[in-house]
Design a protein around this ligand. Structure first.
Ligand code: HEM
Length: 597
């Protein structure tokens, strides 16, 4: 009797053979992986032997000794012990050499090594292959295409957009500081910088600072910053398929979708506008195109030069790079000034001297605030918004002291380490703006918040302008004080953040420019006793004194000058209050003058 092909015993035999084969295959794969791990580790140990570092675990690398929230402390410690560079083991077979010596960094920035594949590739699902991630010839073409968007003729009018966005934020702060409780500023500054980049680079009209969608974009960016950081450091998260099955992977996917919804909306709106009759012609006639126009025209006029995917990648890249970095920069500068009141006051005096009441700030003011610029630079040194950048050596490298590394090694240019290196910056933890005083000698590569060489930050000038505008207008309106109960803990993500936010006490300042005028006007109002209602010559020249004369008359009438009425932003509210209870002649003046403010 023949055994049926489908007999249970035969079926069982087949299944067990398949299982045996599968187990053998898995074992073989595991053995290959272990061998690869071992050989790669041996190779790394050999090539890195010239670069000493603290002992590391064969499997967990340095993660066992240093938890992730101690990363900046660890860098500061190693910078002091190990000269110029030090390997950091992420796990047993993955090490990156961190450089924090200006001569070492200069050699690397003079070359054209690509960005480290091992870490930057994790950004691709979010910001695509835009300028930040591209390498080689395509990077060069995109950089050449986008550089005109940062021409100073383009940047000049942006100062006004920046000032508008800052004022919206400061107005909000005035509303929020009523109960004398500290304010977490990072969130607000992020919305403000997003607002600015939307107006400047993407021709967006109106403010987005109260818009819900923008808040979810900011939240998505915060999440993606964190998720990226943890992914790079987790051996099990390296494989895309495995990562996509984890909770973190799914979270990252959702955050990317949210971020893309925001950028898609921006592209669609601008495209729709360009379809309108005559709009495209108007844009073509512009002497200098803004960022999104360059991208859209490049696509429309030469369909092959920029695919939809490329366009989206550039928009995602600039939307992120253009706001998160500046938000970090501005927030940390404000914190640094809050903790150094003398420097804060000196900056304020400089800005008051330059801007008066700050009603107008233009491009021409920005290079006339030397002390404020020194303070901004010193804060960027202590708190570099981009704490480190990565490269993968495409050819062997030899450093000035003769030590070398082979092709294929991942290096981190630790901007944070460089800026806190005591050999480069004596007493590196001390906030000392005089380090940037004109004429002070520095190594060409000692201060690199915007990196250097061919792949330096394309938005450097834009960012410095925004920092100056934000600091100037903030200092004119508020005194900044730290919250001693919540000292920020700097934490390195793609951008430097604070683990517990940045909490500041803000005290509304009387506007000295207004005060001086009001004092004169009170004097006039008192001496004229209301008989001669024509203001004296000096007060009649501009429409503004009419306002002050009216206010002064009102205050003189009350016999007091309530300080809250000086809030520049509340002037219109104060005025309407005046209108209701003041004299008819005051009403006329106020109405005509209020439009001036
Ligand atoms: C305080 C603010 C900023 C800081 C500290 C900063 C810092 C940096 C650094 C260190 C790099 C080099 C990255 C790397 O090599 O991996 C970089 C590149 C870049 N930044 Fe900025 N950035 C700032 C603001 C901006 C702004 C406002 C924009 C756009 C409007 C921008 C757009 C870019 C782009 C597109 C790149 C890639 C450039 C290339 O590879 O050709 N950044 N930035």
């Amino acid at each position: 009797m023949s055994v049926s092909v489908l007999s249970p015993s035969r079926l069982l035999g087949d299944v067990s053979r398949i299982l045996q084969l599968t187990s053998l295959l898995i074992l073989l794969l595991l053995l290959i992986k272990v061998a690869q791990f071992y050989l790669h580790r041996q190779w790394l140990l050999k090539v890195l032997q010239e670069f000493p570092c603290p002992p590391s675990h064969w499997l967990f690398g340095h993660n066992k000794e240093y938890s992730q929230d101690q990363e900046l402390q660890r860098i500061r410690k190693w910078v002091e012990i190990f000269p110029s560079a030090c390997p950091y083991w992420l796990w047993g077979s993955k090490a990156r050499v961190q450089l924090y010596d200006p001569d070492y960094i200069k050699v690397v920035l003079g070359r054209s090594d690509p960005k480290s594949y091992g870490s930057y590739r994790f950004l691709a699902p979010w910001i695509g292959h835009g300028l930040l991630l591209l390498n080689g010839q395509t990077w060069f073409q995109h950089r050449r295409m986008l550089t005109p968007a940062f021409h100073y003729d383009i940047l000049k009018p942006y100062v006004e957009f920046m000032a508008d966005s800052v004022r919206v934020m400061l107005d909000k702060w005035e509303e929020l500081i009523g109960q004398d409780s500290p304010l977490e500023i990072f969130q607000h500054v992020s919305l403000m910088t997003l607002d600015t980049i939307m107006k400047c680079a993407f021709s967006h009209q109106g403010s987005i600072q109260l818009d819900r969608d923008s808040q979810s974009y900011i939240q998505a960016v915060t999440d993606l910053n964190n998720l990226f950081y943890f992914r790079v450091r987790n051996a099990f998260y390296q494989n895309d398929t495995i990562y996509s099955l984890t909770t973190a992977g799914r979270w990252s996917h959702r955050a990317c979708q949210l971020a893309h919804q925001h950028t898609d909306r921006v592209i669609q709106q601008r495209k729709a506008l360009l379809q309108e009759q005559g709009e495209l012609e108007k844009v073509r006639k512009k002497r200098h195109l803004d960022f999104l126009d360059i991208l859209l025209l490049a696509k429309m006029e030469n369909g092959n030069s920029l695919s939809d995917k490329d366009l989206r990648a550039e928009v995602d890249t600039f939307m992120f790079e253009g706001h998160d970095t500046t938000a970090s920069g501005i927030s940390w500068v404000l914190y640094a000034l809050a903790t150094h009141s003398k420097h804060q006051q000196r900056c304020r005096e400089e800005i008051q001297g330059l801007l008066g009441d700050g009603a107008s700030i233009t491009w021409h003011h920005l290079d006339k605030m030397p002390y404020t610029t020194m303070c901004i630079k010193e804060a960027l040194r202590l708190y570099p918004p981009v704490p480190g950048i990565g490269r993968e050596l495409s050819t062997p490298i030899t450093f000035p002291d003769g030590r070398s590394l082979p092709k294929g090694i991942s290096i981190i240019l630790s901007i944070y380490g460089l800026h806190h290196n005591p050999k480069v910056w004596p007493n590196p933890e001390v906030f000392d703006p005089s380090r940037f005083a004109p004429g002070s000698a520095q190594h060409s590569h000692a201060f690199l918040p915007f990196s250097g060489g061919a792949r330096n930050c394309i938005g450097k000038q834009f960012a410095m302008n925004e920092l100056k505008v934000a600091v100037a207008l903030t200092l004119l309106r508020f005194e900044l004080l730290p919250d001693p109960t919540r000292i920020p803990i700097p934490t390195p993500r793609i951008v430097l953040k604070s683990e517990n936010g940045i909490h500041l006490h803000l005290r509304r300042l009387p506007n000295p420019f207004l005060e001086v005028k009001v004092r004169n006007e009170i004097h006039w109002a008192k001496t004229s006793s209301g008989q001669d209602q024509t203001p004296p010559e000096g007060l009649r020249e501009s429409p503004t004194p009419w306002l002050f004369s009216s206010r002064a008359a009102f205050f003189a009438f009350l016999g007091t000058v309530p300080s809250f009425l000086f809030k520049a932003n509340n002037i219109s509210k104060s005025l309407s209050l005046c209108l209701h209870i003041s004299f008819p002649f005051i009403r006329t003046h106020v109405v005509t003058s209020s439009s001036v403010i």
